[in-house]
Design a protein around this ligand. Structure first.
Ligand SMILES: *Cc1c(COP(=O)(O)O)cnc(C)c1O
Length: 363
């Protein structure tokens, strides 16, 4: 079996142990004589998967009973619409911190629903950083503040979430959810497409303060109403069962790794291996993100020419370092080094970067 080191931004690498468990259970899940793919979502065996996944995610984040965890469909992109539909009443504004293409997409959807306000934008600088607290222009008539926790395409990340006082904070943490301990209680609602850091495509994890999602507009379409999903424990309709099952396994894997503090240490070491090369050879490897904003999940960088970048990605792939091509909007290269990327993958990449530099520094 030849598995590559998969640096893809998403869908992305999953823990090998999790994939092996899935393989073992595929034909006969929990002694039911059928696979989880064939089972009613009302079956006790599935309900256990659903409720354990919720409990494990809350435990990892240190959240209590005032929060719920929902498993929904529609990708993180549907959350761009659900957030304003649920939380943006007339007469108030949705506040948006624009640090990436994805934050901008969230803003564009909110504009279709109601009034918005841009609280900060690094668009002019190509989204190369996240703001400091004092750069965020808060306003009394905000219904909420929305931010993108980790900017998957550009490679920047918030490490200190802004203080928003009494204004509810909402976070798209699609690409750094469960990668390090966070002050989850700062958020009224967190959403994350699972396919970056904690599962496959097709399921979105929503973590919400119960009080926040309660008693919103009665005219919302049922499927777009968070409260409906909360009251039905994500079983209002058929949920993305296979995705929830894998997210649950990843949560248990994270607990076995020692939880978020332990995984964070490893993530920092992994990222340092690659950033150290960027910093040592700044004339050859150009880091895209401002140093203070550098993501632990997506390392973005360019080489002196596009030709070299293409060659780099091609040669890396041949060595089993796959998926390093940058997003089409930014170009260059991107190493996505989520929780499940082994340290070995990052050291091999760092070694390859040094070798590639030596071969091409005079080009
Ligand atoms: C990938 C991503 C999205 C879009 O997710 P979909 O599930 O494809 O809709 C949104 N926000 C962030 C931060 C992402 O990384």
């Amino acid at each position: 079996m030849a598995r590559v080191f998969n640096f893809s931004a998403g869908p992305a690498v999953l823990p090998l142990e999790v994939l092996q468990e899935v393989q073992t259970e595929m034909l006969d899940f929990a002694g039911t004589g059928m696979s989880i793919l064939e089972m009613s979502h009302r079956a006790p065996a599935y309900e256990k998967v659903n409720s354990e996944a919720e409990a494990d995610i809350k435990e990892l984040l240190g959240l209590k009973d005032d929060y719920c965890v929902l498993f929904l469909g529609g990708g993180a992109s549907l959350q761009f619409s659900m957030v304003p539909l649920n939380f943006l009443p007339q007469g108030k504004k949705g506040g948006y911190i624009i640090t990436s293409t994805f934050s901008d997409k969230a803003l564009q959807e909110a504009k279709k629903v109601g009034e918005t306000k841009i609280l900060f934008s690094s668009k002019e600088q190509g989204y190369n950083r996240v703001p400091r607290q004092e750069e965020i222009a808060l306003d009394a008539d905000l219904a909420y503040v929305h931010l993108t926790g980790n900017n998957t395409i550009e490679g920047t990340e918030f490490f200190d979430y802004p203080e928003t006082g009494t204004i509810p904070l909402i976070g798209d943490l699609s690409s750094d959810i469960l990668s390090r301990p966070i002050e989850a209680e700062k958020f009224s609602l967190i959403y994350a497409g699972a396919q970056k850091n904690i599962g496959p495509g097709g399921v979105v994890v929503v973590i919400a303060r119960k009080e926040f999602v309660t008693g919103r507009s009665k005219s919302l379409p049922t499927m777009l109403n968070y409260e409906v999903h909360m009251e039905n424990k994500s079983l209002y309709n058929t949920p993305p069962v296979f995705g929830v099952y894998i997210v649950g396994k990843v949560a248990k894997w994270l607990k076995r790794q020692g939880g978020l503090a332990a995984i964070c240490e490893r993530n920092k070491e992994k990222a340092a291996l690659i950033y150290n090369v960027l910093d040592a050879l700044p004339d050859f490897y150009r880091g895209y993100a401002d140093k203070d904003s550098r993501s632990l999940m997506n390392v973005t960088f360019g080489l002196p020419t596009q030709e070299l970048e293409e060659r780099f990605a091609y040669e890396a792939t041949a060595l089993g370092l796959d998926g390093l091509k940058g997003h089409r909007s930014v170009g260059g290269l991107r190493a996505s080094i989520y929780n499940a990327m082994p340290q070995e993958g990052c050291s091999l990449l760092a070694d390859f970067m040094l070798k590639f530099y030596k071969e091409h520094k005079n080009c």
